[in-house]
Every structure is written in structure tokens, then in C-alpha cells.
Design a protein around this ligand. Sequence first.
Ligand SMILES: [Fe+2]
Length: 205
Amino acid sequence: MSNLAYQDDALYTLEQLAEDVEALVAREKEHAAIVAAAEPLLERFLAAGSLPEEYCQPAPGRITTEHKDFTLYRLHRGPEDCFNIMAAIWPPGGSSGVHDHAGNWVVEGVYRNQLHTIRYKRLDAGTQPGYAELRETTALDLQPGDVAHVLSPNEEVHDFLNQTDEPVVSVHIYGGDISTETLNYFDPAGKSVERVAHDLQYDNE
Ligand SMILES: [Fe+2]
């Protein structure tokens, strides 16, 4: 990376990321295209290291539920929730559980430490209530600066786990508002799925 590129990255703030994503979702409606264009924006933001430190620390009074043992901060709210930018802080041993995102696109990346992700392909048609058959397709550790995406229908089901002894900070650009959505949570071994509504709350609101 040249010095010029580094200086450019260093100037890339949360506000600039939000502006760029807003322009992107205004001109592009196809999820695959949004994801492809948003990943380099998030890479640039992660490389800049400009996330305010207050969003890198777990919330003191964070609300822990069955599906959320991590801190979730809303960093930016797009017009009419067409996108949201969030930071998550994963405690050591914490995980999201195996879930999907209600058909929404997501671009996410690691800001600090290392986050393990497992991706699954759903094999059944989703027509039998409570039943789901998953096959693990990928398992990898995302390092600082690495980005990944969620794209319905074939790149949607995943799990995040912090397998380290330190908190992990990640940044997520979400094609909606996760706090208002009904997500599927899966038990791959038990071949079951449960619909869970509105279980994720922002810890800074
Ligand atoms: Fe997710």
C-alpha cells in the first residue's frame, strides 16, 4: 500500500462510509450488486481504523437474551432504515447462534481480534414448519480487515463465534433494521428451526 493510499484510508470516517452506502443503495436495488460494491467500502473503513473507541467496548448494561450475548451499537441509521451500520462486541466464548437474515443483505467485517464464522447451505425447501436441514459449507477465521457477506437465498445461514480470550469488535452494514425483524434460528444437529421476532436490541438506544 502506498503512503497516498494509506493517507486516503486514514481519512475514511464512519460519516463518509454512511454517505457512500446511502448513495449506493439509492442507485442500486439488486442485493448482489449492493454487496459487491459495499464490501470494498467496509474494507476501506476497517483499514482506516477510525471507529470511535466508545463503540469498541462492551456496553456496561447490555441486555443478554437467548439469542444475543453480544453488545450491539447502532452507528448510523439510513433513510427509512434502508440500511443500518452497526458495531458488535463479542465476549470471549460468545456466539450469534446459527441464523439467517430474513432475506436481507449484510456486509460485515472484523475490526479488532478474530471472529470465527461457519456458513451453511439449507438443503430442505423450508416448507415444513420447524424443520430445517443444513449442511456446513465453510468454516473460517475472519481477521481484522476481512469482510464477508450474507446474500439470500444461498449465502444466508451462518454462525459467528468468538473462540478467543479477548473481545472481538465487528462492523456490520445491514440492508434493513435488524431490531424489527423476524429471523430464523437453526439447530443443525436437531434439524430444527425456530422463528424469533425482535430479539436483537441496540445497546446504545
Ligand atoms: Fe448474521
